[in-house]
Structure formats: structure tokens, C-alpha cells
Design a protein around this ligand. Structure first.
Ligand code: SF4
Length: 244
């Protein structure tokens, strides 16, 4: 049975740091409400993984994969005062698996728990690599850091990437690729996705084509894909690869 997927946003708000942030949905959504997306605040859900329903059951059920900090960045400077407590919450739920997507792997060591050792088993750190420049800066840091589970997400994929040498290490458990959504989405080209898939197959690393994005270039044409079809169209392409 597939594991339940949950979200935990212990803080909200962010600051743009790299090319992938240009059309960030946190900025887009906050701005549409007249809210300043750069004001970073703890949310009312800070303790969500520890909370229980009236019936006494945990609000996030055991075995769920918990995507963490999707409306901010877990390693954001503004969140330094809260991160130690967030790590304690993560440690207190070894029955969950926390997936942390970051563009700030260079800040990984800030407020790392004293008992981290070579990593908590229930944490996957997913480094974003939207272009070659960011891949070449972030992936060596990701690979050197004491982490039990490492993944890469190339979203929004902005150009052709060569990540063969990083995949060869055998330390990357999955690569995810996807285009950009939103009204100003940049084009994602099919051959970039194919190339990443090919590199993963060669290195026997699982690959997921998560979503096409809003503007997808395929067979000499740009396709405009509505938000509600971006995941299903990617799934239909049959590009996913599970390692042997
Ligand atoms: S790091 Fe993520 S949440 Fe923060 S501005 Fe960039 S895209 Fe948005």
C-alpha cells in the first residue's frame, strides 16, 4: 500500500536565492493576498507532527512521508532560531519520514542537532538543481554532508544538466525532474528530461518525471499545459524509472 503523504510547514515566507526562485509560488500566492512573502514567521502548525485529534490519534498518522517546509526553505537564515526545535520534533517521530527540499544545502550545518552523527534515518534531504551552475555548487556539498538519504530535484528544470559524476557516487537515491508552473513559466524541453532520465538509467538511480510545467517543448512545438494536467501528462509519458 502506498504511504500517505502529508505536509508540514513549520514556518512560512522566504527569500529568493537562485534562478529557480524567479517565479516562486510562495511569492505569487502571498502577493495575491497583499502579503509580503519575505516576512518569515513560525506557523500555527509548528508542532503539527506531535499533535493529536480529539479522538487521541496523531494528526499525522504513522508511516506517512511528510514534505517539510514547502512554503519556505528549512535552512533559511531567518529560521535559524527555530530549527533546533524543529529537529527535535522530527526526532520525536521516528515513525514518519521527513522529506526536506532545499536550495540552501550550504547552510545544512546551521543548528544541526548534537546527536545527528551520520544522519537521522527518518530524514531525506532533497537538493534542488535547476541549472548546471547550481548543480555543481550544491551537489558536492550534498554528497559530503552526513546524510542517510539524499535525493535531487531538478525543478524547475531550466537547461540541460550533466550530473553523471554525482550519480556515479551511488549516494543519490532518486532524481526528480519537472517544469515550472504559473503564468510566467519558463519552457521545459523534453530533451532535457530525457537526458536526465538517460543518466539515471546508466547509473541505475531511480528517476521520476513529476510534472511537465505549464510550457513544455516537445517535437518542435511548445505545449501550454493547464495546472490540473501537468502531473498526469508527465505520468503518461512513461519516463519514470525504478532501479534494478
Ligand atoms: S527557496 Fe523555494 S520557497 Fe524560497 S524563494 Fe526560492 S523557490 Fe521560493
Amino acid at each position: 500500500m502506498a504511504k500517505e503523504i502529508d505536509l508540514w510547514n513549520p514556518w512560512h515566507g522566504c527569500r529568493k536565492i537562485s534562478e529557480g526562485c524567479l517565479n516562486c509560488y510562495v511569492y505569487r500566492i502571498d502577493s495575491s493576498f497583499g502579503k509580503n512573502p519575505e516576512i518569515v514567521e513560525k506557523t500555527k502548525d509548528f508542532f503539527l507532527p506531535l499533535k493529536r485529534n480529539k479522538s487521541g490519534s496523531l494528526k499525522i498518522p504513522p508511516l506517512a512521508r511528510v514534505y517539510t517546509c514547502l512554503s519556505s526553505d528549512f535552512f533559511l537564515e531567518d529560521a535559524d532560531p527555530w530549527r533546533a526545535q524543529a529537529w527535535q520534533i522530527i526526532k520525536a517521530r521516528p515513525d514518519l519520514h521527513f522529506c526536506i527540499i532545499t536550495k540552501r544545502i550550504h547552510r545544512f550545518y546551521e543548528k544541526l542537532p548534537a546527536d545527528w552523527a551520520d544522519g537521522y534515518e527518518n530524514v531525506t534531504i532533497i537538493s534542488t538543481c535547476e541549472n548546471q551552475k547550481r548543480a555543481d555548487f550544491r551537489l558536492p556539498i550534498l554528497l559530503d554532508a552526513p546524510i542517510k538519504n539524499r535525493e535531487i530535484t531538478c525543478e524547475p528544470l531550466l537547461e540541460n544538466l550533466d550530473i553523471k559524476k554525482y550519480l556515479k557516487t551511488g549516494k543519490i537515491k532518486r532524481v526528480i525532474a519537472g517544469g515550472e508552473s504559473g503564468p510566467n513559466a519558463r519552457i521545459c524541453r523534453h530533451e532535457w528530461v530525457e537526458s536526465l532520465r538517460r543518466q539515471c538509467v546508466e547509473a541505475n538511480v531511480p528517476f521520476s518525471f513529476k510534472q511537465t510545467g505549464a510550457r513544455y517543448f516537445y517535437g518542435g512545438k511548445i505545449y501550454s499545459i493547464p495546472r490540473n494536467k501537468q502531473h498526469s501528462q508527465a505520468a503518461k509519458s512513461g519516463m519514470d524509472f525504478e532501479a534494478e
